[in-house]
Write a protein that binds this ligand. Structure first.
Ligand code: SF4
Ligand code: SF4
Ligand code: SF4
Length: 291
């Protein structure tokens, strides 16, 4: 016997975080959770809300958020109110800026160079859910280890730090060379030499120097544009290095403005950038930033 049709508020399906399920009588609800951070109370709250609304399982996504599968669409209103009150509101998945991801960075990782979580929260606050002709994923890794695969996102941000050597003071002990995974730093005739074309600017050689001879430059933010994973993975291209979180926001603002004005729907951003002269694209954004 077929099921009677449900009374569904179709407007809800125009909202990004609600995804049609294989069984069209149900949907998946995706949450907004910048950097995948939540308090124990919020996590407990999601569990309690899910139970209260008859959701039997939860799913942790690749974009550091939580999905509630198999939700009865006629009960969405109450569920969404409860989730919003829990500080874990409805997310996004359409042609818009979706959940911003980040590693723990300087808050907890010993390799961290930038506060990736704080930056994700700022980016979320300003850009999350902005409707665009194409989906825009933003990810942040606090160091070039790239745990967030940020370069496989339309906008990627990587924390970088360059070593500054002082040839006059190096003892030539070689400790720093041991910590460099790229074999980019060598001791030559008792002096330490960095090969710029091999150096990933991870800063890993800075702290271990027992004589505090290698200094680090101030942390910087490397922005890549046009990455993508999925069916046709692509590594984003280096766009610009900037010195502060405010500069990152400024660059993203202009890139998103460009996407809003110039990109077309139906084609992924990396494919659209392939059809352009990337240097010209870059120049036009830099001009907007400077203007
Ligand atoms: S990307 Fe770097 S800072 Fe971030 S979690 Fe990985 S190792 Fe740590
Ligand atoms: S910054 Fe990283 S890649 Fe560059 S020399 Fe130091 S350890 Fe090697
Ligand atoms: S660890 Fe310090 S002192 Fe030793 S070789 Fe490297 S820079 Fe020189």
């Amino acid at each position: 016997m077929s099921r009677p049709p449900r009374q569904i508020n179709q407007d809800l399906f125009t909202r990004g975080g609600i995804i049609t399920e294989i069984d069209p009588d149900f949907c998946i609800v995706r949450l907004r959770m910048p950097a995948g951070m939540m308090t124990p109370a919020q996590m407990k709250g999601i569990g309690e809300i899910a139970e209260r609304h008859g959701v039997e399982t939860l799913h942790l996504t690749t974009r550091q958020t939580v999905e509630l599968p198999h939700v009865d669409p006629s009960k969405l209103d109450g569920l969404l109110d409860d989730l919003a009150a829990n500080g874990t509101p409805l997310g996004a998945e359409r042609e818009e800026v979706v959940n911003v991801t980040a590693c723990l960075g300087t808050r907890h990782c010993k390799f961290g160079i930038i506060d990736s979580v704080g930056l994700a929260e700022k980016i979320d606050k300003k850009f999350f859910g902005k409707e665009l002709p194409v989906k825009v994923r933003i990810a942040i890794s606090s160091c070039p280890n790239g745990c967030e695969s940020e370069r496989l996102n339309e906008i990627g941000i990587t924390g970088i730090q360059r070593p500054i050597r002082d040839p006059g003071l190096c003892t030539g002990c070689g400790t720093c060379t041991h910590y460099c995974r790229e074999k980019a730093i060598e001791v030559q005739d008792g002096l330490v030499v960095v090969e710029a074309n091999k150096c990933m600017e991870c800063g890993f050689c800075i702290k271990p120097c027992p004589f505090h001879i290698i200094r680090g430059t101030d942390p910087e933010y490397r922005i890549t544009i046009g990455g993508h994973r999925g069916r046709h993975p692509k590594i984003g291209r280096h766009f610009i290095d900037v010195k502060s979180q405010e500069d990152v926001i400024r660059v993203i603002d202009k890139v998103i403005y460009w996407i809003y004005r110039q990109a077309s729907s139906g084609l992924l951003l990396p494919e659209q950038l392939d059809e352009l002269d990337f240097d010209e694209f870059k120049k036009s954004i830099v001009k907007m930033i400077e203007g």
